[in-house]
Design a protein around this ligand. Structure first.
Ligand code: GDP
Ligand code: MG
Length: 180
């Protein structure tokens, strides 16, 4: 993954979680700084690539979107193949999406090894008035499962880049440790 001169880093990151938690919007906010109010759940796997600079090095994050497969609980193994990072997303205004996190972690664990950098993401933190999952609940699940934790809003951009950057930096640190 890393060469001597002109090093190139390409990290595959998957975004998983129940339907309508905001996965596609987190991705479009990160990759293009856009928010899509008319969510359309297209079928098929898609990814977007975003370049991030870490320690003066160019890192390409290839972020994959389930693109609606999750509605049928049919995320394929190809989706997970080669992933080195994962954002596991729920919606802070819908408890059931938080209750699904364990199932998503199980699925991730069946396809990927434990070295995958994992971030638990409580999205839609702009919906404070109808919050259904407390920040504490999110934090304690993340601690139990050994995940990073952050709350985001794809709608108003809160913490979206930070969520991806923490994961990318963690992957980068693991890779550079290995190649020393
Ligand atoms: P996906 O099915 O997980 O990919 O979810 P989408 O990105 O398609 O979003 C589902 C719905 O939630 C859409 O109506 C979005 O406009 C809305 N949404 C996504 N992110 C946010 C957010 O951060 N805040 C709010 N209020 N709505 C959001
Ligand atoms: Mg989607």
């Amino acid at each position: 993954m890393a060469g001597e001169e002109g090093e190139e880093y390409l990290f595959k990151i998957v975004v998983i979680g129940d339907s309508a938690v905001g996965k596609s919007n987190l991705l479009s906010r990160f990759a293009r700084d856009e928010f899509d109010h008319n969510s359309k759940a297209t079928i098929g796997v898609e990814f977007q690539t975003q370049v991030v600079e870490i320690d003066g090095k160019e890192v390409k994050a290839q972020v994959w979107d389930t693109a609606g497969q999750e509605r049928f609980r049919a995320v394929t193994s190809a989706y997970y193949r080669g992933a080195v990072g994962a954002l596991i997303v729920y919606d802070i205004s819908r408890k059931t999406t938080f209750e699904s996190i364990k199932r998503w972690l199980d699925e991730l664990n069946t396809h990927c090894d434990t070295t995958v950098a994992r971030m638990l993401v409580g999205n839609k933190c702009d919906l404070e008035d109808i919050r259904d999952v407390s920040m504490e609940e999110g934090k304690s699940l993340a601690e139990e499962e050994g995940l990073f934790f952050i709350e985001t809003s794809a709608l108003n951009s809160t913490n979206v880049n930070t969520a991806f950057e923490i994961v990318i930096r963690d992957i980068y640190n693991n890779v550079s440790r290995k190649t020393l």
